[in-house]
Design a protein around this ligand. Structure first.
Ligand code: LLP
Length: 406
């Protein structure tokens, strides 16, 4: 089993009965623990963990992350808006813009939120619009990584960031508009499981940073992976942290100042604290293939369809000793690609059983949709106080009409 103690003290069938199926179920203790692990990644004192909320913008989780001392990054005015609603103050928010309009940039700048700019063209726009201000630059140091080409954000095949060979051009714009580069950031991509890959990005960035004299911070990006497969080794945070410490202290010494270092974990913070629970509505076979038909359509969780991502899947009740068959766990959306998990050996099922999909707290609900006019599920938190808290209500049919004149 992926995490046999996930539901300890709680009854998944009762949760589904009360809050409906499917249901996103979060475990507060795991979320807090992941926040704490990131907060103690390094000993370097001037260090900030910015939760990358794109992974999960649930307001309650954002508040808990802030209680744990995390700050936040934002990719859009909407993320800034929600972060402020969760209590984050402008100095705790870093807007990492990409192809933003002048209005979007102004939304952040007017509130005193630091903005990162990630192209020459956007830098010129920023300079024209906000001369004599501080800005951060997103650098592409040439290193990219990730679990799919779709999430690699460094190197040469990406729309993101300013390349080293574009720096002279960037510096000319900086001078023209009297901007001060107060920060640099990078993000090589999402899902790194070995320390060395992350470190190679940091090693590539730091020499570039030496070219800037007024840096207050350097943001090393997110991308920290966690094991989706049972038995897969964890990212060795001790090894990574110790190696990072050497690089950070060394940089500060050469730079002459203890600049702030930031990281931006999204997945690591929120993936493992959550399971998506659905219900088996139908069982069928087609030739040799067995289908377990559930309400877990890809409107709820798009990762398997979009990235061929693997999530561990288990069924309840546990039928120990029952014959095991290779099931295709599918949803209720009108596309044949609507597969949560293909050919998984699972104990023989019955209609009404539950299917538990692990590690769905990152890029799960946040990428969900109302495709096929399906209602997005509720989210509940299994609290450290033993209580169940509804932290987002299920969509209603009326929500489907909310933006129309009727
Ligand atoms: N910083 C920036 C600038 C980012 O673009 C991202 C993620 C992060 C930090 C956080 O990355 P993380 O620590 O979560 O790997 N939807 C995909 C992942 C997309 C990541 C997008 N950017 C998935 O479900 O795998």
């Amino acid at each position: 089993m992926k995490n046999p103690s996930f539901f300890d003290g709680f009854d998944p069938f009762a949760l589904i009965q009360t809050y409906g199926s499917p249901l996103y179920v979060y475990r507060e203790s795991i979320f807090r623990e992941r926040c704490r692990e990131m907060m103690r990644l390094v000993t370097y004192p001037n260090f900030s963990v910015n939760y990358s909320v794109k992974a999960n913008t649930n307001l309650t989780l954002l508040k808990i992350a802030r209680e744990e001392g995390l700050h936040a990054d934002a990719m859009s005015p909407g993320e800034i808006f929600v972060e402020k609603a969760a209590g984050y103050t402008p100095p705790e928010i870093f807007f990492i813009s990409n192809n933003a309009s002048a209005e979007e940039l102004r939304f952040a700048v007017d509130q005193g939120i630091m903005v990162s700019i990630d192209s020459i063209s956007q830098l010129a726009l920023y300079g024209r619009t906000f001369p004599h201000t501080k800005v951060a630059l997103r650098i592409n140091s040439g290193v990219g990584a990730g679990h799919s080409d779709k999430v690699v954000t460094g190197g040469h095949k990406t729309k993101f960031a300013i390349l080293e060979e574009q720096l002279d051009e960037a510096l000319a714009i900086i001078e023209q508009y009297d901007l001060t580069v107060a920060g640099l950031n990078q993000h090589i991509g999402s899902f790194v499981l070995d320390p060395e890959t992350y470190l190679s990005g940091v090693r590539a960035l730091l020499p570039i940073a030496m070219r800037f004299k007024d840096l207050e911070f350097i943001d090393l990006g997110g991308g920290f992976g966690m094991p989706y497969q049972a038995g897969q080794p964890r990212l060795d945070l001790k090894e990574l942290g110790e190696a990072l410490d050497v690089l950070l202290y060394d940089f500060a010494k050469n730079y002459g100042r203890m600049v702030q270092f930031k990281i931006e974990p999204g997945r690591y913070i929120s993936a493992e604290c959550c399971v998506l629970v659905g219900t088996v509505n139908a069982l069928k076979s087609n030739g040799d293939d067995l289908y377990c038909g559930t309400d877990l359509g890809f409107n709820n969780l798009i990762r398997p369809v979009l990235y061929d991502a693997y999530h561990e899947v288990e069924t309840l009740p546990k039928r120990e000793g029952a014959p095991v068959h290779p099931y295709n766990v599918v949803g209720n959306i009108c596309e044949s690609g609507d597969i949560v998990a293909a050919e998984r050996p699972l104990p023989e099922m019955k209609e009404g059983d539950l299917v538990v999909v692990y590690d769905t707290g990152a890029y799960g609900y946040s990428m969900s949709s109302q495709y096929n006019n399906r209602l997005r599920p509720a989210e509940v938190l299994l609290g450290e106080d033993g209580q169940v808290k509804l932290i987002r209500r299920r969509d209603t049919l009326e929500d489907l009409l909310r933006n129309f004149e009727v």
